[in-house]
Design a protein around this ligand. Sequence first.
Ligand SMILES: [Fe+2]
Ligand SMILES: [Fe+2]
Length: 267
Amino acid sequence: MTLAQMAVEVLSCAGGREKTRLSRAHAATWFAAREAGTPLEIGRAAPPDRPARPAKPELLDPREVPKRKPGSPEGRIALLHAVAHIELNAVDLHWDILARFSDVPMPMGFYDDWVKAADEESKHFTLMCDCLEEAGSFYGALPAHAGMWRAAEDTAHDLLGRLAVVPMVLEARGLDVTPGMIGIFRKAGAKSAVAALETIYAEEVGHVAFGSKWFHFLCGRHEKDPKVVFHDLVQTYFHGALKPPFNEEKRAEAGLPPDFYWPLANA
Ligand SMILES: [Fe+2]
Ligand SMILES: [Fe+2]
């Protein structure tokens, strides 16, 4: 199997637990082959326009998703559910970048990074599912945001645009909001949710860093100014301004300097 074929298999698998199990198995196969010095071929494969998804959760327009108080048990379940949904989408996003842009020649490290990110998102989804089940719920019990795939569709023909919007805007936003979420669960004494979110928080820094690394690499390949290109692409593909407050420390750790995101705040 080629890497692109493995990606299409994950994208075509509907069930959340099944998708993430397959994702982790394929990641293990990829890294075992790399370690053995016999890397898999990247190959070519056409990813589906939209990844397969389970029948539940029902997908609603973000404005129709009911808001719940974060201080209540129901609110905390809704929060875990929303994170689970984001993680499942992230699994598909990382496999999608591997399949969709398989025609762009990239160094081996590019594939290693996104396979690793997909593997970690799969773990994050599983952790969120376990927390939901511990709280008496499950992924699919509540409605979730439709339109999470929009960023992928908008940037389906533009690798630089994909890197700018997905890891460097959306995943970077995760770094801004996760500490507040951890605080909510810590206050509620929800130990396993705190531990899971701390794992997610630590590993997401890496995903943003992969985005910044390969964004800068591609800008260098085409002799473009990364900051100017970033501003152009975010304005083209991302709908709305970036929301402060920003987690400047973790963004810096991930290779995102302030002059990348501040000019796009409240623009
Ligand atoms: Fe994640
Ligand atoms: Fe991520």
